[in-house]
Structures are given as structure tokens and as C-alpha cells.
Design a protein around this ligand. Structure first.
Ligand code: TYM
Length: 332
């Protein structure tokens, strides 16, 4: 009997991958592929909900796939593909739009934040973003979804839509559960520990990108904002130090408690230096593999193509079930 769970997650290529993506999602995605059936996507269709330069989107789509492979996602263990290569995502999203209330979508904090930040481009796609995300997950009957905290509200909406559809018709979708890190579900900007590290932050000097070189990484950590006092402990009143301890813990493989002990009595300057070194040590081998892969587009395209074929097969099963239930006549 196959006890494996189905795991689904996706990252959108609106900006370059950063440390928060790695710690909040990618790191878990790699671990989960050992014992589960994992499906991971470069969510390019989500990217065009904000202004996006076509050649940047194209470059990042390849970059994301190369980084997926470089961090250890394995196309023999997981299905890896690009969202727009599997049209069933858009097709299911349309149906789910019709089972989502306007008021529910309007309450999404990311929609509110993004429309406030970009008042000249509050497009319908941005509004419907969470139903496309629900379609991504529900198409594959995912049990588990490894994500950072900022995606929790979207996942909850996906659960609500799945339950609503199941109750209205008959059990159709698995109701997915989120997987969050105890530490690291929300990595903060190094220069502003009160706000999330994001790919498109205005404060780019506080964002560590997975492809930053050693000097850049060390400079960013040296400038990281710390807190009052001199203790190196993870505590609510020490958001800067706590953030750095979380980063160190994930990148070095030590627990936060072990890290606190290790840094007892150290100065903030030497602490920040060591956190930077741990990040460089973890990212250097990933960057080396990335460099080889990005020079070999045909391998990346082969992975994308094979992944899309496998994903499409699974997606079709769900989509045809959904079409039948809502009353669409199947083409003969
Ligand atoms: P995206 O591309 O913004 O982020 C990708 C993943 O990284 C996590 N993350 C973080 N975790 C901790 N600290 C941070 N500072 C940080 N920044 C980002 C995110 O929570 C996410 O898990 N809508 C999604 C992409 C998506 C998706 C899906 C995810 C599309 N369809 C289906 C899961 C399932 C997004 O914009 O993530």
C-alpha cells in the first residue's frame, strides 16, 4: 500500500529567489521529497498579476528551475514543471472563481497590500490570485503544502473553497494542510526586522538573494540591524537577533538553542560575521551547480517538459471530475 502523501508547492518568479524562500519553503520541499509524492511548480502565471518585464520573467523561469535542481529537488523523485505549461491550472481556476465570494477574495491581506503599493495596476488577476493558487493545489489532490507564514491565509481560502465544493457536490478535492517551520516560517528583512524579507522589497540591501556572491552576502550581514543590549538570544523583544539566529540555525543545521549557547559572550559584530559565513558555506555549492545548469538550457527544458507531461496527466483526472460535477458535457 502506498502511504505516501501528496505534497504541492510553488514559487513565483517575480523577483530573484531569496533566503526567506529557501528557509520558509525550499528547504522543506527538499526534505519532503524523500518520503512523499511531491509536485513543485515555477508559478509564472502568478507573476503577471504585477508589472513584469517579459525577458526578466523568461530568465527567472529558467533560473528558478536551475535553482530547484541545484538545491536538491530531483526530477526522478518529484514532478517539477512550469505552471503555464499545464493549462489545467487556468481552467480549474476559472471554475473555482465561481465558487469563491467577492468578499472572501477582498479580505486577502496580500491583495490589500499589493493594491495599496501599486494603485495604478489593481488588475482582476491580482484579485483572483488566490483562486489560481487554490487551483494549483487542488488539481493534484495535495495533502500537504509547505509554505511560509505569508501564504497561510491563501491556503485557508483554498481549504474553504475545497470544502464548499465537496459539500455542494460530493467529495472531489482533498482538503490540504499547510506545513510551516517552527522557526523560519517568516524571515525578516535584515535592515528592517519588523518586515518580511521579500524578492521585490524596496530595501534590497536587507535581502539576501540565493545567487548573491560572497562579498555581497558578507556585506549584507555586517550591516544587519541588531537590537539593544548585547545578549544573543531568540526573544520577542529582540527581533533582529532572533531573525539572525533562525537564519544561522537553518543554514548551519544547529538548533536555535545550540546556536544561543555557541554565541554566548560573542560580540554582535562577530556573531553577524559568523551568520554570514554559514550562509556563504551553504549557498556556495548550490551556486556552483546552478552555474553549470543555467549554461545547459536543453537539460532544463527536458526537465520542464517531462514534468509538465506528468503533471498534466494528474491534473486532467481532477479537472474532468470537476467539469462533470458542475454539469459540463464532456466532448465525445
Ligand atoms: P512566493 O513566490 O512569494 O514565495 C515562495 C515561498 O517562500 C515563502 N517565503 C518566505 N518564507 C519565510 N520567510 C520569508 N521572508 C518568505 N518569503 C517568501 C512563501 O511563503 C512561499 O512558500 N503565492 C505563492 C506561490 C504559489 C503557491 C501556490 C504556493 C502559487 N501557487 C500553491 C503554494 C501552493 C507565492 O507568491 O510565494
Amino acid at each position: 500500500m502506498n502511504e505516501n502523501k501528496t505534497v504541492y508547492s510553488a514559487l513565483k518568479p517575480t523577483g530573484d529567489l531569496q533566503l526567506g524562500n529557501y528557509i520558509g519553503a525550499l528547504n522543506n520541499m527538499v526534505k519532503l521529497q524523500e518520503e512523499n509524492d511531491c509536485i513543485y511548480t515555477v508559478a509564472d502565471m502568478h507573476s503577471i498579476t504585477v508589472d513584469c518585464v517579459p525577458q526578466d520573467l523568461r530568465r527567472r523561469t529558467y533560473d528558478f528551475m536551475a535553482l530547484f535542481l541545484a538545491i536538491g529537488l530531483d526530477p526522478d523523485k518529484s514532478i517539477l514543471f512550469v505552471q503555464s505549461h499545464v493549462p489545467q491550472h487556468a481552467e480549474l481556476a476559472w471554475v473555482l472563481n465561481c465558487y469563491t465570494q467577492f468578499g472572501e477574495a477582498r479580505r486577502m491581506t496580500q491583495f490589500k497590500d499589493k493594491s495599496a503599493k501599486n494603485p495604478e495596476n489593481v488588475n482582476v488577476g491580482l484579485f483572483a490570485y488566490p483562486t489560481l493558487m487554490a487551483a494549483d493545489i487542488l488539481l493534484y489532490q495535495a495533502d500537504r503544502v509547505p509554505i511560509g507564514k505569508d501564504q497561510k491565509q491563501h491556503l485557508e481560502l483554498a481549504r474553504t473553497i475545497a470544502e464548499r465544493f465537496n459539500n455542494r457536490y460530493s467529495p472531489t478535492f482533498v482538503v490540504p494542510e499547510g506545513i510551516f517551520n517552527t522557526h523560519g516560517a517568516k524571515i525578516q528583512n535584515l535592515l528592517d526586522p519588523s518586515s518580511k524579507m521579500g524578492k521585490t522589497d524596496d530595501n534590497q540591501q536587507g535581502v539576501v538573494f540565493l545567487l548573491d556572491d560572497e562579498d555581497t552576502i558578507m556585506r549584507k550581514f555586517k550591516r544587519a540591524v541588531t537590537d539593544c543590549g548585547s545578549e544573543i538570544v531568540a526573544r520577542a523583544d529582540k527581533p533582529g537577533i532572533s531573525n539572525l539566529l533562525t537564519i544561522y540555525s537553518v543554514m548551519s543545521g544547529h538548533t536555535v538553542k545550540e546556536a544561543e549557547k555557541h554565541f554566548q559572550g560573542a560580540s554582535y559584530a562577530s556573531f553577524k560575521e559568523e551568520v554570514g559565513q554559514a550562509v556563504v558555506a551553504k549557498l556556495a555549492p548550490i551556486q556552483a551547480v546552478y552555474k553549470q545548469l543555467i549554461a545547459d538550457k536543453s537539460t532544463l527544458e527536458k526537465v520542464m517538459k517531462e514534468g509538465a507531461q506528468k503533471a498534466s496527466y494528474l491534473a486532467n483526472k481532477t479537472l474532468s471530475k470537476v467539469y462533470r460535477k458542475v454539469g459540463f458535457v464532456q466532448p465525445k
